[in-house]
Design a protein around this ligand. Structure first.
Ligand code: ADP
Length: 605
């Protein structure tokens, strides 16, 4: 709001100052023109005076003039004087030259042969006559010719006799119309008027004819009544001009004045410059129309307003730019602040993530460790479950070894060494069998370390079957194992694959416990990328939800028989090896099918 008020104030001030400056400049230009014109016309007038003023003096020196005055009755002398003056008038381009005696009577004249001749006329009332006569010096006067009614400049000089007394006066009259003709100023822009005023302020030269013989004294109102003046301009009314002095305008010098002239009902304003002319008490008044001042003011006003608008636009632009820059800087700062905040947030969440990742890694490591422990525990659990069966398996050969050893002693006492040797062979064979069995259990109980590599699936099945069949309850079961002739190489680890197979076969054995003709079949089949090992039984079959059996601690058995971890751990082992373990009920009869798929190399698709 405030800036609008300020803009309005500045606008008005600019307009006012522009208008004033325009006036100032306009008046200065007009005055300059007036001064130039004044100078030109005063020079013109001065030149004219200079041209004619020495002529009467020169003529006065002529002896003929003196003689004519001394002998005015001599017709011969008068004629000679007339002729002389006529030729002189022609030479100098003056209108009339004439000779007056001491009484003012014209005795000879250049126009002696014309009707309007001056001869015989008395001019003793004319100042140029009596001034020359009385002062004895040249005189100059302006007046309207009494005879011709033409404006003339009168140059006069006294003529002295031998004794030095003034005998008469010679006068030269010059018409002034020519001067006015030189006042034309066609190329000038401003309308201008000129008048030459005599000492009483009466115009006797004017650029406008109407303005001739007018009183230019401002505010005089009435024509002058002075008889002396009236004689100079006989038969002229000398009406006063309607002039109003408007004072001294701003921007012009002291000698310029602003005036308003009401002429023929039209009012016009001028800048008037009054210049005194040399020699006489005349003055030249140049009046230049001030109409151009108005247009100068308009131009200044327009220029001022254009500059104001330009400055205003620039100011608006700069203000907007500054505002935008400030806004951008503010936004930039905000952005930076936000980025800093976000960065701090990100760093915090990064730290959190790193912490979480570390915790996760730690948890995973712990989990892996736990799994390893769990697998080991499960293996030991399997071993524990098998220990009852193993007792029988171990006791049988031990009893046999005992029997063979006892018999051998007897046969040794008898000297039957051949039988002793045969018995010792049996004992060795039984010991080997027991050693093989314990080796299998030792391998099974070992913790598996290291990454998976290549394993022959046939060997894993062999080892698992050995462990399983070591139990006494396995005797009633028929194991079908069509062992492939060539190695079945899979991506895996012997101990871990063996553990999975032990689990699967052990479960199958438990499932067929109540069955009449129990059969467990292990079969290996090949596909494009992997080997599949099927463990099939004809037992009780799986509970309806087959996926549930892979969940930890899911069991349908008593605490003594199972923990519900076998299948869960087996699946984890197979997943870790990149294989797959699935279980479902048989389509062709009672019992379950478990399929262990192992990749030939890498992950099973
Ligand atoms: P556990 O044998 O200790 O119960 P497992 O994870 O090995 O634990 O087996 C989970 C359950 O899956 C068993 O309790 C049983 O009900 C079922 N199961 C596993 N294998 C067979 C199979 N061959 N026939 C029938 N049921 C089976």
């Amino acid at each position: 709001m405030t800036y609008r008020i300020w803009t309005a104030i500045l606008f008005v001030t600019t307009a006012f100052l522009s208008w004033q400056s325009g006036g100032w400049a306009g008046f200065r230009l007009v005055e300059q023109e007036g001064i130039e014109e004044s100078f030109r016309y005063s020079q013109l007038v001065a030149n004219e005076l200079k041209r004619y003023s020495p002529i009467p003096e020169l003529m006065a020196e002529h002896p003929l003039m003196q003689q004519t005055l001394e002998f005015p009755s001599s017709d011969n002398l008068i004629l000679l004087a007339n002729e002389e003056m006529k030729s002189m008038a022609t030479i100098v381009g003056s209108s009339d030259v004439y000779l007056m005696d001491a009484a003012g009577l014209t005795i000879a004249a250049s126009n002696y042969d014309r009707e309007s001749s001056f001869i015989g006329r008395n001019f003793d009332f004319r100042p140029y006559f009596y001034e020359a006569l009385n002062t004895g010096r040249s005189s100059l006067y302006f007046a309207l010719g009494t005879t011709s009614d033409l404006r003339g400049l009168y140059f006069s000089h006294p003529i002295r006799g031998q004794d030095g007394l003034v005998l008469g006066v010679i006068a030269v009259k010059v018409q002034v119309d020519e001067l006015e003709l030189q006042w034309q100023r066609p190329a000038k822009f401003n309308e201008a008027e000129m008048v030459v005023l005599d000492g009483d302020g009466i115009s006797f030269l004017a650029s406008k004819e109407r303005w001739l013989y007018r009183n230019f004294e401002p505010g005089s109102g009435e024509p002058p009544v002075d008889i002396r003046i009236r004689q100079r301009y006989p038969s002229r009314t000398l009406t006063a001009m309607d002039i109003k002095d408007l004072g001294h305008p701003l921007g012009s010098s002291e000698k310029s004045r602003r005036i308003r002239i009401l002429d023929e009902g039209v009012s016009r304003e001028y800048l008037s410059i009054l210049t005194p002319l040399p020699k006489l008490d005349w003055s030249l008044q140049v009046m230049i129309s001030i109409r151009s001042v108005f247009w100068t003011q308009v131009r200044f006003l327009i220029a001022g307003l254009v500059i104001f608008l330009g400055c205003f636009q620039t100011w608006l632009y700069l203000r907007e730019r500054y505002r935008r820059e400030a806004e951008l800087a503010e936004r930039g700062e905000q952005l930076e602040r936000r980025v800093t905040e976000r960065t701090a947030d990100l760093e915090a969440s990064n730290r959190q993530l790193v912490d979480q990742i570390q915790q996760r890694e730690k948890a995973q490591n712990e989990l892996k460790e736990t799994q390893r422990e769990l697998i080991q525990a499960a293996k030991l659990a399997v071993l524990g479950q098998m220990s009852a069966g193993l007792n029988h398996e171990m006791n049988q050969p031990l009893t046999a070894i005992q029997t063979y050893a006892r018999n051998s002693r007897r046969f040794l006492e008898r000297g039957d060494t051949a039988t002793v040797d045969a018995n010792l062979g049996e004992i060795t064979s039984l010991c080997n069998k027991m050693a093989e069995l314990t080796r299998q259990f030792k391998v099974f109980a070992r913790k598996s370390e290291g990454p998976p590599s290549s394993v022959d699936l046939r060997l894993a099945v062999d080892a698992a079957l050995k462990i399983i069949t070591a139990q006494d309850n396995s005797e009633a079961i028929r194991f079908e194992w069509p062992r492939p002739a060539t190695p079945v190489m899979c991506h895996g680890d012997l101990i871990r694959v063996e553990q999975v197979l032990v689990n699967l076969i052990a479960n199958a054995m438990q499932a067929v416990e109540e069955v009449d003709n129990p059969v467990i079949r292990i079969e290996v089949t090949e596909s494009a990328q992997c080997w599949s090992c099927l463990v099939r039984d004809n037992g009780s079959g799986l509970p309806s939800d087959t996926e549930q059996i892979f969940e930890p601690f899911f069991t349908t058995k008593s605490m003594k028989q199972g923990l519900g971890l076998g299948l869960s751990i087996s699946r984890q082992i197979v997943d870790a090896l990149g294989g797959r373990l699935t279980g479902r009920n048989r389509r062709d009869g009672p019992g379950a099918d478990f399929v262990l798929m192992l990749n030939k190399r890498g992950t099973v698709e």
